[in-house]
Design a protein around this ligand. Structure first.
Ligand SMILES: [Fe+2]
Ligand SMILES: [Fe+2]
Length: 161
């Protein structure tokens, strides 16, 4: 939780800086837009729920799975090969999110088979922990990738003209 707060403070400062750049809305809109959808329509809703919706959780993880796959095939490759950026931490985040998702599904199943306050609390704790993990990843990823995306707008404009 403390790690989340520290990261959030750093992220908010950096995001303000990125947004000052007039290229932000062109160069970062795809990545930022996807992440904002995850945050606003899924993650913060689930974090507010004492009994997290299994349906909403499933929808989030499906979309996030596609998103991670696209990143691993696209922007991660560009970061490594073209910019020589170490993105091991981001890949580790993806792997950890994937393995933790399975534990959350098991918690949902246990509570369905044997509903109890304890099992319900276990679902909530695991969902909330995973949501914070995902929030941390989204912030880390934007702070790592956005500095490289901003000049790419110029790169594409140069080649369009
Ligand atoms: Fe990612
Ligand atoms: Fe992402």
């Amino acid at each position: 939780m403390e790690q989340y707060r520290v990261l959030l403070a750093e992220y908010q400062t950096k995001l303000e800086e990125f947004k000052q750049d007039k290229r932000f809305k062109y160069a970062c809109s795809t990545l930022f837009g996807w992440h904002e959808n995850f945050r606003n329509y899924f993650i913060h809703v689930l974090l507010e729920q004492d009994k997290p919706s299994k349906y909403l959780f499933g929808r989030l993880m499906t979309h996030l799975g596609y998103h991670h796959h696209a990143e691993e095939e696209g922007i991660f490759v560009v970061m490594r090969k073209r910019f020589n950026v170490n993105i091991d931490q981001l890949q580790e985040d993806h792997d950890l999110i994937f393995s933790t998702e399975e534990q959350v599904r098991q918690a949902f199943e246990a509570n369905e088979k044997n509903p109890s306050d304890e099992n319900q609390e276990n679902v909530r704790d695991r969902v909330h922990t995973l949501m914070r993990l995902i929030l941390c990843h989204l912030m880390r990823e934007e702070m790592t990738v956005m500095p490289y995306l901003l000049p790419m707008r110029d790169y594409f404009m140069y080649h369009e003209n």
